[in-house]
Ligand binder design. Structure first.
Ligand code: ATP
Ligand code: MG
Length: 613
């Protein structure tokens, strides 16, 4: 690759340019770099809107070096697998001076709904991508191309490359053969173009019943690739389409529509998942036929396949996710346990974490499973630097400092509240202004976590037990003296004394050495909060592999709700704001239910990786 065809970087190859961005290479990057260096698409024209060969021929040279597209079907909410595809397609366009089209693949009238359209646009934008470029808006919908698709179908018929087949669906299936058996020609295969054209027009005019006949490409019934055995390209379906209404009663098949959509939009690299590999010969066949007829601009787009994302403990099928929602197994598409983008967002995931995840898992040509901990690690790394710290007590028990009145007698005794402060970020990123510090108070009574006291300490236990000293983080050193219990033996209060002159940040505070600091929240200024402790939704690492019923491996403990006490800075959180609850993990103020009067937090991810264990 030593040519200098590329316009962006005349001094080097596209690979040099990409390497300078420190992005790990992959097979798709190599293909694109080779195309850029060879100028494969350098002479392409772009008329500013999608269209046929004549339309683009009248336009200027395409300002986009490459064109990719993200083409979801608007039949559900996007999930983490789509996030991989979004980051890939938009990311490649961004990295190579190209444009990525946002295209709704809405050729199937029955399953689609405008309800999903906005949620999909939202998800893509939230992830950090857009479809405006070069002063143009690249938001398209495949149903706008129905007129062209119809014209392409008529062209194929006239050129002898397509015929109307009136076999019953059963006969058609039987005559297709299988892997070991070649197909059998349909008795309708030898009709003349004129006869076929007449029948096809009747189909479009609604003169035949749904399913009575289909239009098929005429290729090769003996092809070893079953997808080349005269695939159906148009069917009759009386259904109202959300965009075109009742204009059509025939609809193109996905395999016919998709290559045409790519070509009308001047896509260069059409990237899809591996299950479409066997469709590629038809993709190329169709592009060749329509180019021969002068309908589509050359060079045609090329299809490339990559391995879809499989994530342990997660299902990534819109249909199965819909089942979880419809059967009430979760509380909607945006339930924080859902792998949907709206669910991940509500769980506390950030666009940066998902982009880093897509980058880390890379793209390959062979299927594999990615461990869920990889996703969690990306979130933890992002929040580590950004999430403000705060103290929260998730399983509260009261701690009483029995000598408080005496020690603070000169300042007011029992009612005295000693002001404390801690930084919101212990290590603010270099060159940034540290955020305002947190302020809270300590008094005679504070909340601590039950797990931080043991009447009889297990070996190695360093926190509160009678006779032991610990620091209340950001506050004083205290010495445990015992506890009180109710009639059932349940601990009602932990008792301790405060060690004078040990408050954090005051001179001599460290004169008393302790082995542990525990988190706490003052009874006087602590705020009660609902905290939703989420765990994996499934107990099986591959819940739907091999035809397993994923509903059978639902984790009964995927959500536990606790009433916690949080410090004032946390109660003042904005919805969607992320925090590290010190010693507990990363939490997010729920973007739906949280308010200053009624704080609600979701566990986003623990502090350490606990998935592998
Ligand atoms: P589902 O089976 O969940 O409905 P789909 O593949 O039918 O998924 P589309 O809306 O057709 O969903 O997909 C839009 C794009 O997202 C496609 O290009 C598809 O290849 C990609 N995509 C979908 N699922 C994954 C996944 N698990 N990993 C990577 N890419 C994916
Ligand atoms: Mg699909």
């Amino acid at each position: 690759m030593s040519s200098t065809h590329t316009n962006t970087h005349p001094a080097g190859t596209a690979a040099d340019a990409a390497a300078a961005d420190h992005k790990p290479s992959n097979f798709l990057r190599q293909i694109i770099e080779k195309d850029l260096d060879q100028g494969t698409y350098a002479q392409r024209r772009w008329a500013g809107t999608p269209g046929d060969a004549a339309h683009h021929a009248a336009g200027p040279l395409d300002p986009a070096k490459i064109r990719t597209r993200f083409p979801p079907e608007p039949n559900g909410y996007l999930h983490v697998g789509h996030a991989k595809s979004i980051c890939l397609n938009f990311g490649l366009a961004r990295d190579y001076g190209g444009v990525c089209h946002m295209r709704f693949d809405d050729t199937n009238p029955e399953t689609e709904d405008t309800e999903y359209v906005n949620s999909i646009l939202d998800a893509v934008q939230w992830l950090g991508f857009g479809w405006e470029a070069n002063g143009q808006n690249h938001l398209f919908q495949a149903s706008d191309y129905f007129d062209f698709m119809y014209r392409a179908a008529e062209y194929l018929i006239e050129a002898g490359h397509a015929y109307v087949d009136e076999q019953s669906p059963e006969d058609m299936r039987a005559n297709r053969g299988d892997f070991g058996k070649p197909g059998v020609d349909s008795p309708f295969r030898t009709r003349t173009p004129a006869e076929n054209l007449e029948r096809f027009r009747q189909m479009a005019q609604g003169q035949h019943a749904d399913g009575a006949m289909v239009l098929r490409a005429k290729i090769d019934m003996a092809s070893p690739n079953i997808n080349m055995r005269d695939p159906a390209i148009y069917r009759i379906r009386r259904a109202t389409h959300h965009n075109t209404g009742d204009k059509w009663c025939i609809y193109p098949m996905y395999t016919f529509a998709h290559p045409i959509e790519d070509a009308l939009e001047q896509i260069t690299h059409s990237i899809c998942t591996l299950e479409f590999e066997d469709q590629r010969p038809f993709y190329d066949w169709l592009m060749d036929r329509l180019a021969e007829g002068g309908l589509l601009a050359a060079p045609a787009p090329k299809q490339y396949e990559f391995a879809r994302l499989n994530l342990t403990y997660v299902i990534t099928s819109k249909r199965k996710l819909a089942a979880l929602v419809n059967e009430g197994k979760v509380n909607g598409w945006d339930d924080p346990r859902m792998p949907t983008i709206v669910g991940l967002r509500r769980r506390g995931y950030t666009p940066a974490a998902l982009q880093a995840f897509a980058e880390r898992i890379g793209v390959t040509k062979s299927d594999s499973w990615i461990d869920y901990s990889t996703l969690e690690g990306c979130l933890r790394e992002d929040l580590e630097l950004k999430a403000h710290r705060g103290m929260a007590v998730l399983n509260p028990v009261k701690l009483v400092l029995t000598n408080w009145d005496e020690v603070f007698a000169p300042l007011g005794g029992a009612a005295y509240l000693d002001p404390c402060t801690l930084p919101a970020l212990p290590h603010p990123p270099e060159g940034t202004e540290p955020p305002a510090a947190r302020h809270f108070t300590i008094g005679k009574e504070v909340w601590i976590d039950r797990e931080d006291f043991e009447e009889v300490p297990p070996k190695g236990y360093k926190r509160l037990f009678p006779g032991n000293k610990v620091r209340l983080k950001g506050g004083h050193v205290i010495e445990c003296t015992g506890c009180t219990k109710d009639a059932n033996g349940v601990i009602t209060e932990v008792l301790a004394t405060v060690v004078p002159d040990t408050k954090s940040g005051t001179p001599g505070a460290d004169s008393v050495k302790v082995k542990a600091a525990i988190t706490w929240v003052g009874v006087a200024d602590g705020v009660s909060a609902e905290v939703r402790m989420y765990d994996r939704l499934f107990v099986d690492a591959q819940p739907d592999a091999g035809g397993k019923d994923f509903l059978e491996s639902l984790n009964p403990n995927s959500l536990k709700v606790v009433t916690a006490i949080v410090e004032p800075s946390l109660a003042n959180a904005q919805p969607d704001q992320k925090f590290q609850f010190e010693r507990h993990g990363y939490f997010v103020a729920d973007r739906v239910d949280h308010s200053a009067g009624k704080p609600v937090f979701n566990l986003a991810v623990g502090l350490k990786d606990s998935w592998g264990k």
